[in-house]
Design a protein around this ligand. Structure first.
Ligand SMILES: [Zn+2]
Ligand SMILES: [Zn+2]
Length: 295
């Protein structure tokens, strides 16, 4: 893989765009690879995740588990196609999928949609039983998930009107990573991320929101603007949270707007750095960030 030894903890930002729409030249919706303790975990499976994993130099069959932070399409749309492609690429081992309630409905719908092809390939090509390769479990903030030594703790974040949406903390040995998921700025993120080696936090530039709706030509623009502003985190607030949590490094992700002519990396930095003076990664699709003891 691109990041060196088995013990090196790293994340690959596979898709960094917030929201489901894409355009020529834009980044892709959200998915993130986490590598810790020799395990490869996929967090979210937005459109483009399958291609991005291959572009990161990793076989699809290397994924040990998938976690879905919430059921917005920009985080879950490609889950079925990705796992089906892993299966036709040679996946043999059981692969657990964790997410909020509602994930079962998505999965059942995908199985129904692809029933003809799956049944055909099992018989005609002798592929392993698709259904039994995957298990669905729930993410809850009541108990952590132990993925073969990588401990995953969830914090219910604030992403109205989605009730079941989670930030995730990954711990292995001395290394700690926190992913904010989609959320408005929340004070609870500060103790949750305290002392983490790396915080990957969603980020919004409120001054860029009007441009998004202008381009879409919405009739009821106020409703979309309202949704965006009350369910995401202004970059300045993200800087304040990172500073208060004393994280080792901050990476911005899930950009809203994700692709707006005139908004550059310098604008994101300018919003964050008055409030946070530590290492700052302004994410882009394919960015690899090593963190922890061996970084
Ligand atoms: Zn999102
Ligand atoms: Zn969302």
């Amino acid at each position: 893989m691109t990041t060196g030894s088995d013990t090196q903890s790293s994340v690959v930002l596979l898709g960094t765009k917030g929201g489901p729409g894409i355009q020529p030249g834009s980044p892709m919706p959200t998915s993130t690879l986490v590598q810790m303790g020799g395990r490869t975990l996929l967090v979210d499976a937005g459109l483009g995740a399958t291609r991005a994993i291959c572009d990161a130099g990793l076989p699809l069959t290397a994924i040990d588990a998938v976690l879905i932070t919430h059921m917005h399409s920009d985080h879950v749309m490609e889950l079925g196609p990705l796992l089906h492609t892993a299966w036709t690429t040679g996946l043999r081992q059981q692969l657990p999928i964790f997410g909020p309630p509602g994930l079962e409905d998505y999965w059942e719908g995908f199985l129904n949609a692809m029933n003809y092809d799956i049944a055909l390939r099992e018989v005609d090509e002798g592929r392993p039983d698709f259904h039994s390769l995957f298990t669905i479990g729930h993410i809850t903030d009541e108990r952590p998930i132990d993925l073969d030594g990588v401990l995953v703790t969830a914090l219910r974040n604030i992403h109205p009107p989605v009730a079941d949406s989670f930030a995730l903390k990954f711990q292995h040995g001395a290394d700690t990573l926190v992913l904010s998921g989609d959320t408005e700025p929340m004070p609870e993120m500060i103790p949750f991320a305290r002392g983490a080696d790396l915080l990957v936090h969603e980020a919004m530039l409120p001054e860029g929101i009007q441009a998004i709706v202008d381009r879409m030509g919405y009739d009821d623009a106020t409703r979309l603007i309202d949704h965006i502003l009350r369910s995401h985190s202004p970059a300045a607030e993200v800087g304040r949270i990172a500073a208060a949590a004393g994280v080792g490094a901050l990476a911005l992700n899930h950009f809203v707007p994700g692709h707006e002519p005139g908004i550059t990396e310098a604008d994101w930095r300018a919003a964050v750095t008055p409030h946070y003076d530590g290492p700052l990664h302004v994410g882009h699709d394919g960015m690899v960030i090593a963190f922890g003891e061996d970084a």
